[in-house]
Design a protein around this ligand. Sequence first.
Ligand SMILES: [Mg+2]
Length: 207
Amino acid sequence: MNTATSPTPTAVVFDLGKVLLEFDYGIVARRLAAHSGRDAEQIRGLLDQSPLLFRLESGQMTNEEFFAEVSSLTGYTGGFGEFANIFGDIFSAIHPMIDLHGQLRARGVPTFIFSNTNELAVRHIRANYAFFAHFTDYIYSHEAGAMKPDHRIYEVVERRSGRKGAELLYLDDRKENVDAGASRGWQVVHHQTPEQTIAAVRAAGLL
Ligand SMILES: [Mg+2]
């Protein structure tokens, strides 16, 4: 959190999942289960925060390799295109946070997406959420080859934004991720509710 002695940050770094967009791998699991021999709960376990998803999101496997592995583990019988549509379609808007982003942009504040994610998810979000086009830049784990809270991906944010330390205000719902930002001197908000986060952004002097 910002304190009275912190300078006003000059850019805001947004986590994506559970900050700007809610997501639920249960939706994918149920839809894949309809085309496979496994039940939805087993499929969810293969995806949500799994070693397999980590490999995809840290850039260690291609979309096609991920698809082949999920198909073989679950007995999924659909094609890649159908799978890609199902896999990407797990999101719903968190409107107060999307509005917050719009207000920051209207004030000319540079904003960055900083996400552990994958190309299938990004493709789906780009196609379905207009707000997503309006960030200054996008730092994705699958492109950086490292996942939050690995320090290497925080270095990518600093390089791409041209900022470091207290110049950055970082919003993320995962404590280990905000802690890694705080350890670099970034101003951080451990996101829990839009109301608290918006108040913190205001307290930091950006609204
Ligand atoms: Mg998140």
